[in-house]
Design a protein around this ligand. Structure first.
Ligand code: FRU
Length: 522
């Protein structure tokens, strides 16, 4: 029996879907059927299709009352909406079906594992987060009668039941199921099971419980194991935040990639470190080794996942041909500019799915190769030498895949600045500019039609290779993703500029020699 709340959401989605014009959505980036989305959930391959579930509030363009929206795709680029998969309709998830993941069980059913949120004592009560399960056929899902399958009773001493979420599940080579879940140490300065907003001075009588320590309030990733996907045991604290990488760690993912173990997560409240971690709600990639006996992950490398503005909550899956693909929310909690969202009736997009690899100890990302199938109208210019402003015939558009290689002119002095501007007309432009003396690539969408003083610029330290900087710039109607040096770094941002601003132009202070290959997409 499908619950009323879910039936209502499904009917609402159906009614609204047709009312949102094609042109007011991104062309090939996923956007919600209607209303708000944040994290991608349950990104997986099941019965011949990629499935993407998503944190969804169908009824408004702001975060509220989390449902799981649902879509499928054959190529990771064209998504077809399916009816919402879950609504917050049980006592243990009535305050939201938070993020989670999906996989195929041995018996062919699809299992969803997610965080159920319940507020003890009403709307203003303490938030309890538990891990829950639903099972289905790729269309309809039934919540497990023994939910929750993991609750506060499994938490190691000192961890909070308020921040225990976002299970990522996989099946190991041992045939067992495993999952990682984000957790957080209690703030013992106040002793309560919730973050004390007043650093212990809140006066609501929290009991002291042990000595406060530097680890209080910090994230940890917990590892659980299961023989069948339904009954789960705590296995270990896989890795802990020592205070260097923000506080709570959301949306963990853990996998083997090119011989190394990788932990991805989205830490809240990050401090910048050099040119890393400039988004307060950041993304973190730890690369290292896994001790199978102790069930502990140790890392030797850390890096930001995406160096742009709008990026959070990554999730990966494996394709049938063995590629590790990552998708993420192409937004950030700090930059949710609602300008125009009400009229558009949707808010939030997902990034392009990206193929991951490890090269020279770093995480590399490239757009899924399926995108190459949708390139058309090739326009190519080789070794264009120029100084000052430049426009090139055939180089314009808002749904574009463009590769640039930039170098100084042989024998000439190094140029001072190179810029490529797009989503441009008399009023608007978004720019990528590069200063070789500083090795800094800057993304600036100040003139993109935003009427709010959100962050609109981000700088990233980049590395020329053999005197060249390579950029692959992917524009959809409402976004830009810049893949730098074949995916060594990526900068992502939403660009909500009016679609009529289609210009692309170049600028050089000093002599630049540039190769340009530009395709229309779709
Ligand atoms: C991350 C997050 C998750 C949570 C979800 C709620 O963006 O805060 O930790 O499950 O969003 O919508």
């Amino acid at each position: 029996m499908i619950n009323q709340k879910l039936l209502f959401a499904r009917a609402y989605e159906k009614e609204m879907e047709g009312k949102i014009g094609e042109e007011s959505r991104p062309k090939f980036h996923f956007s919600p059927c209607v209303g708000w989305t944040n994290d991608p959930n349950g990104f997986s391959y099941y019965k011949g299709m990629y499935h993407l579930f998503y944190q969804s509030n169908p009824y408004d363009t702001v975060w509220d009352s989390m449902h799981w929206g649902h879509a499928v795709s054959r190529d990771l680029l064209h998504w077809e909406y399916l009816p919402a998969a879950m609504a917050p309709d049980e006592a243990y998830d009535d305050a939201g079906c938070f993020s989670g993941s999906a996989l195929e069980l041995d018996d062919g059913r699809q299992l969803l594992m997610y965080t159920g949120v319940h507020k003890e004592g009403g709307d203003h009560g303490e938030e309890l987060q538990t891990q829950c399960i639903a099972v289905g056929d790729g269309l309809d899902y039934k919540k497990y009668e023994k939910n929750p399958v993991l609750d506060a009773s499994v938490l190691p001493e000192g961890l909070s039941r308020n921040d225990f979420r976002d299970p990522k599940i996989w099946k190991g080579e041992d045939g067992r199921y495993h999952c990682v879940v984000g957790a957080r140490r209690k703030n013992r300065a106040c002793g309560e099971d919730t973050m004390c907003k007043d650093n212990g001075a809140c006066g609501i009588g929290h009991t002291q419980e042990g000595e406060a320590s530097d680890l209080d309030g910090l994230g940890a990733i917990l590892l659980f194991g299961s023989p069948d996907g339904f009954s789960w045991n705590f296995e270990s604290v896989l890795v802990e935040n020592d205070g260097r990488f923000g506080k709570m760690w959301e949306c963990p993912d853990f996998f083997l990639l090119d011989g190394k173990y990788v932990l991805l997560c989205s830490p809240q409240d990050m401090l910048p470190e050099g040119f890393e971690y400039h988004n307060g709600n950041g993304t973190l990639c730890l690369i290292g080794d896994y001790d199978k006996t102790a069930k502990k992950f140790s890392f030797e490398k850390n890096q930001t996942v995406d160096y742009g503005i709008d990026f959070y909550a990554t999730q990966t899956t494996l394709t049938p041909d063995g590629r590790r693909i990552m998708i993420a929310w192409m937004q950030n909690w700090d930059t949710c500019d609602q300008n125009g969202a009400k009229e558009r009736k949707w808010f939030g997009q997902m990034t392009l799915p990206r193929e991951l690899s490890i090269q020279d100890g770093r995480l590399y990302q490239r757009p899924v190769r399926e995108l190459l199938l949708y390139r058309s109208n090739k326009v190519e210019y080789q070794k264009v030498g120029f100084e000052g402003e430049l426009s090139l015939d055939g180089v314009e558009g808002r749904i574009v895949d463009m590769e640039l290689t930039i170098r100084r002119k042989e024998g000439a002095e190094a140029y001072k600045k190179f810029a490529v501007r797009f989503a441009q007309d008399e009023r608007y432009r978004t720019a990528l500019s590069y200063r070789p003396y500083e090795s800094i690539l800057k993304l600036d969408r100040k003139f993109s039609g935003s009427r709010r003083a959100y962050i609109h610029q981000r700088r990233s330290l980049v590395r020329e290779k053999d005197g060249e900087l390579k950029l692959r710039i992917i524009l959809d109607r409402f976004s830009v993703e810049v893949f730098i040096n074949d995916g060594e770094q990526v900068m992502t941002a939403t660009v909500m500029t009016d679609g009529a601003a289609k210009g692309i132009s170049f600028f050089a202070d000093g002599e630049v020699v540039m190769d340009v290959t530009k395709y229309t997409l779709f």
